[in-house]
Design a protein around this ligand. Structure first.
Ligand SMILES: [Zn+2]
Length: 1120
């Protein structure tokens, strides 16, 4: 902090405060030596006001003596030339830039400008200015901008002086106003004249002119001028000229500078338009193609591709409307309201961040600003948001508390809300008489031919009641019989009949119907091929260049029910389909013979949130690579750039006994594309591209973002579980928490142990068990959360001794799917209201967000009867991080991390919120303790985790985030997670809860045998600090996902090298020969700023100083 203050005062009050002094050479040297000697004993940087540096700078501005000035410049330059940039920054903080500017203006304005002084001054100014962010403003203040432009005008014939002026102008242009000032004074013309066509002379000056011209394009006004004067077209011609003449590859830096200049221009829309109109994209495409074939031109390819991406004209998605193909009338809102809302929709205002903070990449500062620092908002606030009388309705959701267990031995109570399909009661293994078998079975016609139409027709039949629905299922099952635990295809088909979708789906996706078993093999993360994105972008640009090569045929369109492309009409095209639960393909366009653009349907009633996908594809040729581009993804980055693959399910393989979703796809990458929303160009999209080579001819395959898990799957699973448990031991009850907007049931499951008898003691024990409340799938695209929850449910229903203990220790209240409507209709993020339900917890609307309203109400109810849950956990998926981890809430950690002045030591907080994570770190291989975080952010104030913690008063209130990709630690390191690992995580989470009740558990030998590791934990907290949860775990991507940032390709060192090169020769205009002879120069900052005209004693001084640390405390970065 102290340094900053010092710097601030230094720049406000530069060296002018020091009395001007003049020194003779000898006195200067004496003075310096004194400083050098005295500095030996001073280890700190705190410079006294009359320090040596200030003296030098003060003298520089006032000296009339050339030799004195040269000495000082030389000393300064030497000082700056060794060591790190710290020294230059120190000099800047001491008013170094201002001193140099004043000296420059004074010298330049003298009657006969003396270039013996001016040239080294310009050189030093370029080096210092390049590191001074304020140099542009300082230059304007000192009137130096036009002075240097004037010098340039006078010296256009002298390459060396011109180069020095150009470098200084370029650093001045770090300020857009300085750039604009230059533009107004015809600076663009002066500089552009110095950019010559291909030449072998004055290369350094030409490059300096290109760089300066690029810098001037920081100003939008200058960009317009450049377009009007035809400079953009000229720059393109120059690039082509240098490209075609540079056969020996000697002028790569100039070519790169020209590209950079065009990139700068492309920041402005007028320049982009001009660039496209002048055939820039075609030119860049062609030149880059040549570059790709030659070695050593790597540094030209990347900027050229970025430039092409940036200039590619924005094209609206090929849809008639951005709005979802599905709309749903909402209670209390008219259709007109809704349209108005959509019109106002602005993607940039959207908080699309997950509880997992997906789309945000703020720096640490922003994150700290987001932390809640208001202690009152971090303190519990247990008064309900609704009248207490209303809570009475939730009594029914605690059947275990009121059950009298009179029927302990029959336990046949059927819950009214469970909507079992009556036709399914009875023995599921009943065989249908063979005479009822359908004749349209695929196997009847051709063993190896799988026809989608057969399947679609077949599902259609089997999902309708009373139409002999079981025959097809039975035939298939009989022939290919599979056994997937807790799954039954016939039950699935029957359950599906009760699932209400907006589109009225009547066809089932085969994988959901048939079931999935995790494959045996491990699935390592995919290796990203080098330059894969470059290759893909190049193919994308090719579409613009050669539109005649593009097929552009719509082969599937959700909006247009007439089949766009029947198998007979286009036998060579793939066929797509997604009119089934959780499916969401909107449109498929064949681009090339084996390439398809796919557009996802937006969330219902909205125009956005595309990321999740699930669709069917058929009609493929085996062994041929097909490229799929999902062109309307919305997140800023994805684990698809870091080894994640989509999942594929093959019907053929399933019928051959391998019913697996498997990770698939090669050449995967995720990058920003040139499509924009119809509603406005500002809303841009990302492409997920991957290539699939299908193994079987004419297979029917399904592709998805992640392992699908539909609402019907859940309902089927709950029914299977209920049937699987021993009702004498396990109290399992599925109830309807509430109906969703579309009329689907939101289930609440209660699991606990039945009392051993109806004795008061046992009933009392049951009624005093603490509650654990688990929820999942509030975000429909996060199917991984459902698989984790499946693991939890199955474990809790199992006969494992740990599960038995858990049931005896707790009453589990589980809401496995908080957003059924979203899941059913293929949404990614929202409910039917187009709102993120995990942002509704502060004040949930009973009509629009019933599942949240009633979940919160139920929690209030538990609170009101003195049964506040011991643990609350909401299961989520995280698309940008690896591993599984918890977010929790801690007042102390939040205040501490936010730098709040509140003395956290005086605040009391139970550290028990860490125990679960600590246990999971020991027992769950996918779990990573280091990814956990207990900070309360303002932006998360309305999420389940924060509201349940604060308003319900649950100390252990968590979000559990599971990766879509895989792990970067532990035994699963480098592997993608499968459903097996996700389910295991759910099991481990339940197990970890045992540690919270160690003292209350009834120990028996079986439990001790199974859970010794679990119970053997000590409660010492691990030394762990909450991490910034916004941080991306990934290193920056090798290839830019975005293309809008054009960083200056020239580091300070490159400029230094060029400046130093300008002083290497005594003869002004011969430097080009020198440069060519020497090739690339050293990149260190070795000083050459001062011409070799110093007198011998000055050189002595330099020798003393330049020796290795001889007296001067160089390591401290300054001269006192
Ligand atoms: Zn989520």
């Amino acid at each position: 902090m102290e340094d900053t203050r010092e710097e601030a005062s230094g720049s406000e009050a530069p060296a002018q405060v020091i009395q001007p002094r003049t020194f003779s050479k000898s006195s200067l040297i004496r003075k310096l030596r004194q400083h050098l000697n005295s500095s030996r004993s001073r280890p700190t940087m705190a410079a006294p006001s009359s320090g040596g540096l200030e003296v030098l700078l003060g003298t520089l501005q006032n000296a009339g003596d050339i030799e004195n000035m040269l000495n000082i410049l030389n000393v300064l330059d030497e000082l700056m030339s060794a060591g790190t940039d710290r020294r230059i920054h120190h000099m800047i903080s001491k008013g170094g830039s201002e001193a140099l500017l004043t000296a420059l203006v004074n010298s330049a304005r003298s009657f006969t400008p003396n270039y013996t002084i001016l040239l080294p001054l310009l050189h030093l100014l370029a080096k210092v200015g390049h590191r001074d962010r304020q140099i542009g403003l300082k230059a304007q203040k000192a009137d130096a901008v036009l002075v240097v432009l004037g010098l340039l005008r006078q010296n256009t014939e002298s390459a060396r002086r011109a180069a020095a002026c150009l470098w200084v102008l370029r650093v001045f242009c770090s300020s857009a106003t300085a750039a604009e000032l230059l533009g107004k004074n015809r600076g663009l013309d002066v500089v552009f004249k110095l950019i010559s066509p291909y030449s072998t002379k004055h290369l350094r000056t030409i490059k300096a002119a290109i760089d300066a011209f690029a810098a001037m394009l920081r100003s939008k006004v200058n960009c317009r001028t450049a377009v009007v004067k035809g400079y953009i077209a000229d720059l393109l011609k120059l690039y082509e000229d240098w490209h075609s003449n540079d056969v020996n590859l000697k002028n790569i830096p100039i070519r790169r500078a020209l590209l950079h200049c065009l990139q700068r221009a492309a920041n402005s829309a007028v320049c982009r338009d001009a660039l496209v109109a002048e055939g820039g994209i075609r030119l860049l495409f062609q030149t880059t193609q040549t570059c790709l074939t030659m070695k050593g031109l790597e540094s030209l390819v990347e900027p050229a591709i970025q430039l092409m991406r940036k200039c590619s004209p924005k094209v609206p998605l090929p849809l008639t409307s951005d709005k979802s193909a599905f709309s749903f009338p909402l209670p209390g809102r008219s259709v007109d309201d809704w349209d108005a809302d959509l019109g106002l929709y602005d993607g940039s205002l959207e908080d699309d961040s997950d509880e997992d903070a997906e789309n945000e990449e703020p720096d640490n500062r922003d994150y700290e600003d987001d932390l809640e620092t208001d202690v009152n908002k971090l303190r519990p606030r247990p008064e309900p948001d609704r009248p207490l009388e209303q809570l009475g309705q939730y009594v029914r959701l605690c059947p275990e508390l009121h059950h009298d267990f009179q029927d302990l031995d029959s336990s046949s109570e059927v819950d009214e809300s469970s909507d079992d399909d009556g036709t399914l009661e009875g023995d599921l293994n009943d065989e249908t008489p063979s005479d009822q078998r359908g004749s349209e079975l695929p196997s009847d016609r051709d063993e190896n031919h799988v026809q989608t139409s057969d399947f679609h027709k077949h599902y259609l039949n089997c999902s309708r009641k009373g139409q002999g629905h079981s025959s097809m299922v039975d035939r298939l099952l009989e022939k290919y019989g599979i056994c997937i635990p807790n799954h039954d295809p016939r039950l699935y088909a029957a359950t599906a009949a009760n699932t209400k979708s907006i589109a009225g789906y009547s066809i089932l996706a085969f994988p959901d119907f048939w079931g999935h078993l995790p494959p045996q093999e491990q699935e390592p993360m995919a290796k990203r091929p080098p330059h894969v994105q470059r290759k893909k972008v190049f193919q994308d640009v090719q579409r613009l260049i050669c539109p005649e090569d593009i097929i552009n045929k719509v082969v599937f369109d959700m909006d247009d029910p007439s089949p766009q492309c029947s198998p007979d009409m286009c036998p060579s095209s793939l066929r797509f389909f997604s009119k089934f639960e959780s499916g969401n393909l909107r449109k498929a366009i064949q681009v090339r013979s084996h390439e398809y653009d796919l557009i996802l349907n937006a969330d219902v009633n909205s125009s956005a949130h595309c990321q999740w996908f699930y669709f069917e594809v058929s009609g493929m040729v085996a062994g041929k690579p097909y490229r799929f581009n999902i062109i309307n993804c919305e997140k800023g980055n994805s684990q698809y750039n870091y080894g994640m693959q989509p999942v594929l399910y093959s019907v053929r393989e399933a019928l051959e006994g391998k019913p697996h979703w498997v990770r698939t796809g090669s050449e995967i990458c995720y990058y920003r594309n040139h499509f924009c929303a119809r509603r406005g160009q500002k809303h841009s999209f990302y492409t997920l591209t991957f290539t699939v080579t299908f193994r079987h001819e004419d297979d029917v395959c399904y592709l998805a973002y992640h392992y699908p898990y539909t609402y019907t799957t859940l309902q089927t699973h709950l029914k299977m579980l209920e049937k699987s448990v021993d009702p004498q031991k396990v109290f399992f009850r599925q109830q309807n928490l509430c109906d969703t907007l579309a009329g689907n049931s939101c289930s609440l499951v209660t699991i606990t142990a039945c009392p051993t008898s109806r004795a008061w003691k046992h009933l009392h024990q049951l009624r005093n068990r603490p509650c654990v409340v688990l929820t999942a799938r509030v975000h429909p695209g996060e199917s991984n959360a459902s698989w984790v929850l499946k693991g939890t449910l199955e474990f809790l229903c199992s006969s494992d001794p740990v599960a038995e203990s858990l049931r005896e220790a707790y009453i589990f209240k589980i809401i496995p799917m908080l957003n059924p409507d979203g899941v059913i209709n293929g949404n990614n993020r929202c409910s039917l209201t187009a709102e993120d339900l995990n942002r509704q917890w502060l004040k949930p609307d009973p009509n629009l967000s019933p599942t949240i309203y009633h979940t919160k109400g139920f929690l209030y109810y538990l609170n009101s009867i003195g049964r506040t849950p011991l643990v609350f956990c909401d299961y989520h998926g995280h698309s940008r991080k690896k591993n599984v981890f918890l977010y929790g809430c801690s007042m102390k950690e939040t205040l501490w991390q936010s730098g709040s002045p509140i003395n956290t030591a005086s605040l009391k907080e139970d550290p028990g919120y860490r125990t679960v994570a600590k246990t999971l770190d020991r027992i769950a291989p996918a779990f990573s303790f280091n990814n956990c975080n207990y900070l309360v952010e303002k932006s998360r104030a309305s999420t389940a985790r924060v509201v349940v913690w604060r308003e319900i008063g649950v100390l252990r209130s968590y979000t559990m985030e599971s990766t879509y990709n895989g792990c970067n630690q532990g035994i699963y390191k480098g592997l993608q997670t499968g459903t097996r690992e996700l389910e295991e995580m759910g099991m481990k989470f339940s197990q970890s809860l045992l540690t919270l009740r160690r003292n209350a558990i009834h120990y028996n030998s079986r439990l001790i045998h199974h859970a010794s590791a679990l119970l053997d934990l000590d409660d010492r907290l691990l030394d762990h600090k909450s991490n910034n949860c916004f941080e991306d775990d990934e290193p920056p991507c090798m290839e830019e996902i975005e293309y809008s940032s054009s960083s200056d390709p020239l580091g300070p060192n490159e400029l230094d090298t060029e400046v130093n090169g300008n002083t290497s020769s005594d003869e002004e205009d011969e430097e080009d020969a020198g440069i060519r002879r020497n090739g690339r120069r050293r990149s260190d900052r070795k000083s050459h700023a001062v011409p070799h005209c110093l007198k011998q004693d000055a050189l002595e001084t330099l020798t003393i100083k330049a020796g290795p640390c001889n007296g001067i405390n160089i390591s401290n970065g300054c001269l006192y």
